[in-house]
Design a protein around this ligand. Structure first.
Ligand SMILES: Cc1cn([C@H]2C[C@H](O)[C@@H](COP(=O)(O)OP(=O)(O)O[C@H]3O[C@H](C)C(=O)[C@H](O)[C@H]3O)O2)c(=O)[nH]c1=O
Length: 184
């Protein structure tokens, strides 16, 4: 299992190895000991899965407020996504900066998105399915978001705003400069 860091402290790209044989392949996609040694002693309490039918679906940018903040370990089971994590820790030297990673079943990559980051993705194919582990339970009262298309974030989503498929909720999030409950 390979762990790669970015030039922003926090997110980690995790790539499990595959053991091939005449039938196909086998992969240990998560090990608590390797994750604790390379990322941190996080405990996952909830597993999520979502399917997005249309290419160009954007889900995000989401986070939960403390004390219900969530770390997320994200992988793509079908299709492909560009996964994005934005640093919203006000005290961070990289506040407002982001990392991206293309996740597909073939590259078997997983993106670790720590608490203090807003998470989102755009689907690169139709019928895209993601699976992710989270370190805290879903709490609607703590559910917050950040405008995916905030020019200040300069995220290159690879699609024009008019063609993006979003939920009504995701169209209404504030831009970073207006984020009322950002991480301190
Ligand atoms: C996240 C979540 C949602 N729900 C319910 C709430 C709604 O009735 C329905 C869809 O929720 P939402 O529109 O928030 O789903 P996404 O847009 O996929 O949001 C997720 O996708 C982005 C990329 C994330 O990082 C978060 O995990 C999460 O915000 O599932 C639950 O019952 N449990 C949950 O943990």
């Amino acid at each position: 299992m390979n762990f790669e860091r970015f030039d922003i402290e926090g997110p980690v790209l995790v790539t499990p190895k595959r053991i091939g044989d005449s039938r196909g392949w086998f992969s240990e996609t998560f090990r608590a000991d390797a994750f604790a040694d390379n990322v941190g002693p996080h405990t996952f309490v909830q597993h999520n899965q979502s399917m997005s039918a249309a290419k160009g679906t954007v889900r995000g940018l989401h986070f939960q407020l403390a004390p219900m903040g969530q770390g997320k370990l994200v992988r793509c089971l079908r299709g492909a996504i560009l996964d994005v994590a934005v640093d919203i820790r006000r005290s961070s030297p990289t506040f407002g900066r982001h990392v991206t990673a293309e996740l597909t079943p073939d590259n078997s990559r997983q993106l670790w998105v720590p608490e203090g980051f807003a998470h989102g993705f755009v689907t690169l194919t139709e019928d895209t399915e993601i699976f992710y582990l989270v370190t805290n339970y879903y709490s609607p009262a703590h559910d917050r978001g950040l405008a995916w298309n905030d020019p200040a974030l300069a995220i290159e989503w690879g699609l024009d705003e008019a063609s993006a498929q979003l939920s009504d909720k995701d169209r209404k999030w504030p831009v970073l400069a207006e984020l009322p409950d950002a991480y301190i």
